[in-house]
Design a protein. Structure first.
Length: 327
């Protein structure tokens, strides 16, 4: 049995869907609240659904049935300003689960983030050595909280502390795909801009504030959710593989290219308008991200990853423009 924290969220619910189709029984820990987030789980078979405040009790009473914990639960909004809340959820809960898995011999896979790399001035190498992690400078509290836990793990390993029989930290880059709709303004650009494009309106992108970067040429490493889930499933199959891994496409693409792929998917010629970036985003805005995948590839992950054009096409045709948006 596998416990997935954040299992009703974007990446979590896609993992639940994949595992419930052909894998071991799944327990989800998450909050559903009053919106439509429950729809992310509506097609899945679950062994249990645990509220976060009940997780410690559940682990004490029933944790022996688990073989692995996939920890995806977090406050993931890069615009969240309550740093105390972010640390409580993103760092302390992660530390508790790391210690629990170490003590009980359970495998532990957790979500880190490309936000740990900040502006990318120190590169994007998924190097787990304490001295290398110490060089990174995240740009927001979310990225810092994820980085703080990466450093906590690195120090525990360097000091020879107890550790889970398998551990893997996954630095997710810009993942997009079905079941992200509950995230509101934190949805991918594809999901946010699809209604504009489908309605025949221009697609809006932020102007660049840097003279060396033209409008719309800001670049991100965009990864289709299917590929993201394949990495997690592959790690669950390889029970002794440990490490900190980038999870991206390995190729940076511009927002102009993303826009072109979206227009192509809806069979419209591109029509882009550039708008001013909100002042609150300017200091923490990343102009370039790209995931080196050498560490993941050298560990044995050989899957061919989905191109941006093919991923956007599938997302639009199968989900955004289809009768059922949910996986």
């Amino acid at each position: 049995m596998i416990l997935i924290t954040g299992g009703a969220g974007f990446i979590g619910s896609n993992l639940v869907a994949a595992l419930s189709a052909s894998g071991p029984p799944v327990v989800v820990c998450d909050r559903l609240r009053h919106g439509s987030k429950w729809r992310n789980l509506a097609k899945a078979e679950l062994r249990d659904l645990v509220a976060p405040e009940s997780l410690v009790t559940w682990l004490h009473e029933r944790g022996d049935v688990l073989e692995a914990v996939v920890h995806l639960g977090a406050i993931s909004a890069t615009t969240e300003t309550d740093a105390d809340l972010i640390i409580q959820v993103n760092f302390r809960l992660s530390s508790f689960l790391w210690d629990w898995c170490s003590q009980h011999g359970k495998r532990f896979i957790y979500a880190s983030s490309a936000a740990t790399y900040g502006a990318g001035t120190q590169g994007f190498a998924d190097d787990a050595r304490p001295e290398q992690l110490a060089r990174l400078r995240p740009l927001n509290a979310y990225g810092w909280s994820k980085h703080l836990f990466d450093r906590r793990v690195a120090r525990a390993l360097a000091d020879g502390e107890p550790m889970p029989p398998q551990w893997a930290g996954l630095k997710f880059f810009n993942v997009y795909g079905p079941n992200e709709y509950h995230k509101g303004p934190m949805q991918s650009v594809v999901a946010l801009k699809y209604p504009q494009v489908a309605a025949g309106r221009p697609l809006t992108l932020f102007r660049s504030l840097r003279p060396d970067c033209a409008d719309g040429e800001q670049q991100r490493d965009f990864l289709f959710i299917t590929d993201c889930i394949e990495v997690i499933l592959w790690l669950l199959e390889h029970r002794t593989l440990c490490g900190l891994f980038n999870v991206g496409s390995g190729k940076a693409r511009s927002f102009n290219e993303l826009a072109a792929a979206l227009f192509r998917a809806v069979r419209r010629p591109p029509q882009i308008e550039y708008i001013d970036m909100p002042e609150r985003l300017q200091e923490s805005y990343q102009y370039f991200t790209e995931a080196p995948l050498e560490r993941l590839r050298s560990a044995g992950f050989t899957r061919t990853l989905t191109s941006l054009e093919d991923g956007v096409q599938e997302y639009v045709e199968r989900y955004l423009a289809g009768p059922d948006r949910y996986r």
